[in-house]
Design a protein around this ligand. Sequence first.
Ligand SMILES: [Zn+2]
Length: 328
Amino acid sequence: MATNADLMLRQQLVERRHQLEGAISVGVVSLQVQKLIREVDAALSRMETGTYGLCDVCHEPIETDRLISDPLARLCLAHLTPNQQRALESDLELAAKIQKGLLPGSHLHFGGWEAAYHYEPASIVSGDYCDFVPAQNGDFYFILGDVTGKGVAASMLMVHLQAMFRALIPMGLPLPELVEHASRVFCESTLPTHYATLVCGRAADSGEVEVCNAGHLPPLLISEGGVMQIDPTGLLLGAFCDEQFTTSRVRVEPGQTILLYTDGLSEARDSSGRMYGSDRIRELALRQQGSQPKNLIEICLKDLAAFRKDVPAGDDLTIMTIRRSAAS
Ligand SMILES: [Zn+2]
């Protein structure tokens, strides 16, 4: 495990011990509190002897994201008791339910725009961030991001990102400033090894779209004439605390579509290890020019399934489409 994660876990344990001592000092004396203090002390002393984070049974490292969510964990997944396994499963199911509840609804019409998305975790919860947020002046924001890693730790950061953008958007900041704020808060509140790639766009009823692309795969603008990439305009989100971002502007005509995706699509592999690839996405987008947002996603998923066959998904997958209605 990285040294930074070790330091964070130690800090968490020390803080937990202070809280427990605090509980005793205000008169909460229970066997449970005393037992927890003993467990925290034992974890701290395992850190001293270098055995912290190793499974009591097989002595192999315990999964890092599990340690982050429970620094007192003493068994790897394979060696949990049946009761512990059931408790973990129901925790994860609840986490998945909460994450699902944070996703945008299915009726996605914003003025003269129609949108759709597909959100699919590689396992139970996802580190992808997908959101649509209406602005006060009738514009709307679309955001697609991908946090480093996957699983529980990544999903916690995804929720953090969502809360931040939801809080910042109503402030009406210019788009580069919005992303700079988000990047700073994200950088200050996570491990140095954690960052995100992210596209944050603001679309106006007039068809003007401003896009800030923080190191994410380029969104595609699909029109009759071809497919155009909207290239990154900045580095990763949260990689440095004082990062500056710029934006690019595109004009989307009625009938044109913006397609965004995470690397769960472009880096999907078939049984021979071949990658799905961004060229295949561009070609498919060009052939499907004029498709409704939902249909375009369905066709993408069908093509991905035909490519991957029975190879399981290796990464979280999100696809987003936004189309300017022909009628507006
Ligand atoms: Zn084990």
